[in-house]
Design a protein around this ligand. Sequence first.
Ligand SMILES: Cc1cc2nc3c(=O)[nH]c(=O)nc-3n(C[C@H](O)[C@H](O)[C@H](O)COP(=O)(O)O)c2cc1C
Length: 265
Amino acid sequence: MTKYDDMIKQRRDLLKAHDWIAFPPEDWWEPDQRKGVAPPPLEKPYDENTQLIDLIEPKKFNVGKISLIDTIANRESRRVFSDEQLTLEELSYLLWATQGVRVVDKNKLWTKRVVPSGGGRQPYETYLFVNRVDSIERGIYRYLPIEHKLILVSENLPNADELMDKAWFQNFIGKAAVIFVWAAVPYKTEWRYSLVSYKDILIEAGHICQNLYLACESIGAGTCAIAAYEQKVLDELIQVDGENEMTVYISPVGKICSNREADTE
Ligand SMILES: Cc1cc2nc3c(=O)[nH]c(=O)nc-3n(C[C@H](O)[C@H](O)[C@H](O)COP(=O)(O)O)c2cc1C
């Protein structure tokens, strides 16, 4: 027995499916949805007087025409990026490929997006650290998937060296053209699934990031999923409280560098 045994057991339980039959409903099944509580908003609200940044509409995309079989076959984690910028169309495509909305429920209870989500809850917000994107100023932004637009969160994006030093950032991050940061809003899932939300929430980050990997491959860009980062630093940068919304996963993106010798991790 070590002092961590109980903690390990508790954490492992998160990996399991809930025993839907054995548990009497009243033990855990008290989601707010059942109690008639109004649903949380489909995306984090924003000040409607704020000027939003237009992206290229999905129907106008000319990028991403490489075959699916090739993108799947070539997918790998890429940690060496060129100095090239991403075009606005490429960024728009990557955002759409990860969180694009296909259907908004007429009662505003759920959205259907390009990635699956238990109960259509879609608990993630997408933030971007924009370093080098054509026609978008350097800064921190949030994607509004329903509007398919960006909203500025902060102009104060640390420079590349600060990004690498400030947190337990892995040093290739500072070289990225753009860094995707996915933050969960747990209540969006808890509203429907109560205590059994957390397995779903974590699984769903994987769906989103895999789409980013494949979409990157289809435009000559690359990415690398990152789960090891400084929680507090990331949460502060995207201006969330770490309780009701917290960073879960990040993925830096850049054009692929032909010299990939360093890319061995
Ligand atoms: C959940 C998860 C977390 C990861 N975290 C990191 C990370 O913090 N730093 C990193 O350099 N790579 C990270 N990776 C990338 C893995 O190292 C990479 O997927 C693995 O080495 C296999 O290489 P491949 O993706 O090229 O097939 C992560 C991947 C996943 C799926």
